[in-house]
Design a protein around this ligand. Structure first.
Ligand code: COA
Length: 193
């Protein structure tokens, strides 16, 4: 079933061009392929995201196989229903809900849209929907691992209310080098639902 989540709180600042009330989350369709390729082939995006795609087949594979074993949710970030990014919730402990009530959040936005508050708005929507309304409302903790040099992403999490827990030294091997990562978390009890 197609889902559209609309923020109940406006997050826009007056001087911004993009109306953040037009930022919604929905499922991906194959017709979104060209939009997906925009950020998946962008070297700027890839710096902290992963290897850029080199073929449309990779984009098709991404859209067609979004439901992988560890993915709880993967939504398109849309502006006026036009896909400009992606936000996902995943967990390696999906099969043991009685023991683990924690999931990790990840997000990406086409570089043309950076710096307008859009990722912050999308993360807020995902947090609210997850803790309050979804089948994943059993989750008590959302966490995010951010490269120490990814200042923009750290700021997004801080603005949403995530707490910085500490630095995990040489935690992720990425682009030929072990990277220090910052662990952020948000508990369901940290926010007003
Ligand atoms: C990280 C990312 C999602 C942020 O998206 P965004 O829509 O630009 O984020 P927002 O506009 O909501 O907030 C960004 C904040 O970081 C700040 N920021 C961005 N780059 C910064 C930098 N180099 N130094 C200091 N602050 C920076 C912005 O000023 C803004 O804060 P402000 O509102 O207090 O001014 C986007 O840059 C992206 O897609 N990057 C590539 C993928 C990625 O890194 N994903 C996260 C993996 S953990």
């Amino acid at each position: 079933m197609e889902e559209t989540f609309i923020s109940s709180k406006p997050c826009a600042k007056e001087e911004e061009i993009i109306d953040l009330n037009q930022i919604t989350l929905r499922s991906f369709n194959l017709s979104d392929l060209d939009d997906v390729m925009v950020w998946q082939t962008d070297e700027k995006v890839a710096k902290f995201w992963g290897e850029p795609y080199t073929s449309k087949d990779q984009g098709i594979n991404f859209i067609e196989n979004i439901e992988s074993e560890y993915l709880l949710q993967c939504k398109a970030i849309c502006h006026n229903d036009h896909v400009i990014g992606c936000i996902k919730l995943f967990s390696s402990s999906l099969h043991d809900k009685s023991r683990y009530k924690c999931a990790e959040i990840g997000y990406v936005l086409a570089s043309k849209y950076w710096g307008k508050g859009i990722a912050t708005c999308a993360v807020k929507q995902m947090v609210m929907v997850t803790f309050a309304f979804s089948e994943f409302s059993y989750l008590e903790r959302l966490e995010a691992l951010v490269d120490v040099d990814n200042v923009g992403s750290q700021r997004v999490l801080e603005k949403v209310g995530f707490q910085k827990e500490g630095v995990l030294r040489k935690y992720v091997f990425f682009k030929g080098k072990s990277r220090d990562m910052i662990m952020f978390s948000l508990l369901s009890t940290d926010i007003q639902l």
